[in-house]
Design a protein around this ligand. Structure first.
Ligand code: PMP
Length: 360
């Protein structure tokens, strides 16, 4: 029985990776112990970690100008780490607000520094829409510009990258990292909680321009301090070793399957099938303007909310699980990260067609 899991996160992982992890669960690299049961400072673990970083660097073409940190605390940990590490006196943290997560980052930032929120939503035409990036009014004076290229809950993705003369560009890529090609050099800090396109929760990847490590910032817990993490090889304290190992396996899998370039083609195909079906239906709708629709998270609404519970129950009977929309926006949401195969999308569309016919 194949179950298609549309959970927004922790999300499904490639079955090939899960099977390999299962095979070596009790006996990793013939050492007679699990990868979970050994020192993070042992030679085999350190070799794995080194290759994990090298693999991510190849996948994303990350140059030597950047450090890659493997941290704890997920995306929300970074909501605090960014202002704590990047704060400059007399310059606000500038936060682009385009949905629920970017607004959450602003609120957390305001606990530590002066923030300036810039609302770039433009919903006047009855759609969820975003102003073009070149129309964003960014102040000259800023400690950093923070934005979220993919709003996991709202289903909004921004494909252009903002630019600023002096301030570093910080991107919360939690729900789109490795889903399509990006130019890392356009950014100064990229962070992503692992539990969507990387591996299990517990790990957060931070890609940071080395020059930024010179910033003094604010007094910061050591565990969130980029300088300390960089100096200690992301082992200031015991890292989430199992998550790290699985991330390495996911990266290997991606490299063996055409890398990010291939993922982008695969993800665009999947999203097109689903959005085309929704747009052609008068039973379902998606409220996001076409140019900023997420490739990873597809929210949709039934024409009658009273049918939601039945839709979810019947979907589950058809092995299509975790389709309930986020409580803040309602409706449904299909999260279709890298690991979701095209067969999952086809199964979902067939089910949606059948359900619509039976309830029209
Ligand atoms: N940012 C984005 C874009 C997210 O989707 C999420 C979680 N879904 C977070 C931040 C928060 O991540 P975490 O739960 O790992 O703190």
């Amino acid at each position: 029985m194949t179950v298609y899991n549309f959970c927004a996160g922790p999300a499904m992982l490639p079955p090939e990776v899960m099977n390999k992890a299962q095979q070596e669960f009790l006996n990793w690299q013939n050492l007679g112990v699990s990868v979970m049961e050994m020192s993070h400072r042992s030679a085999p673990f350190l070799a794995m970690v080194k290759e994990c970083e090298a693999s991510l660097r190849r996948l994303m073409a990350i140059s030597d100008e950047f450090d890659v940190l493997f941290m704890h605390g997920g995306g929300r940990g970074q909501f605090a780490a960014v202002p704590l590490n990047l704060h400059l006196d007399n310059a606000p943290g500038v936060y682009i607000e385009n949905g629920i997560w970017s607004t959450g980052a602003t609120q957390e930032g305001a606990r530590f520094t002066t923030v300036e929120g810039i609302n770039v939503r433009n919903d006047d035409n009855g759609q969820f829409d975003i102003k073009p990036v070149n129309q964003w009014l960014l102040p000259e004076n800023a400690s950093f510009i923070h934005y979220c290229p993919n709003e996991t809950i709202d289903g909004i993705e921004i494909f252009d990258v903002p630019k600023h003369k002096t301030a570093p560009i910080v991107a919360d890529m939690s729900s789109m990292i490795l889903s399509r090609e990006i130019n890392v050099d356009d950014f100064d800090v990229i962070y992503a909680g692992a539990q969507k396109n990387i591996g299990p929760s517990g790990l957060c990847i931070v890609i940071i321009r080395k020059t930024l490590l010179a910033r003094e910032g604010l007094p910061c817990p050591s565990i969130l301090d980029y300088k300390i993490e960089a100096k200690q090889g992301s082992m200031y304290n015991t890292p989430p070793t199992f998550s790290w190992y699985l991330a390495a396996e996911v990266f290997k899998y991606l490299e063996a399957n055409g890398g990010v370039q291939a993922m982008e083609v695969h993800n665009k195909n999947k999203a097109a099938i689903l959005y085309d079906y929704i747009d052609g239906s008068d039973f379902y709708s998606n409220k996001v303007a076409k140019h900023c629709r997420s490739l990873m998270n597809v929210p949709f609404w039934l024409k009658d909310d009273n049918l939601n519970a039945e839709f979810l129950a019947q979907a589950a009977q058809n092995n299509l699980v975790a389709l309930e929309g986020h409580r803040l926006v309602g409706g449904m949401r299909a999260s279709i990260y890298n690991a979701m195969p095209i067969e999952g999308i086809n199964a979902l569309v067939s089910f949606m067609e059948k359900f619509a016919k039976e309830h029209s």
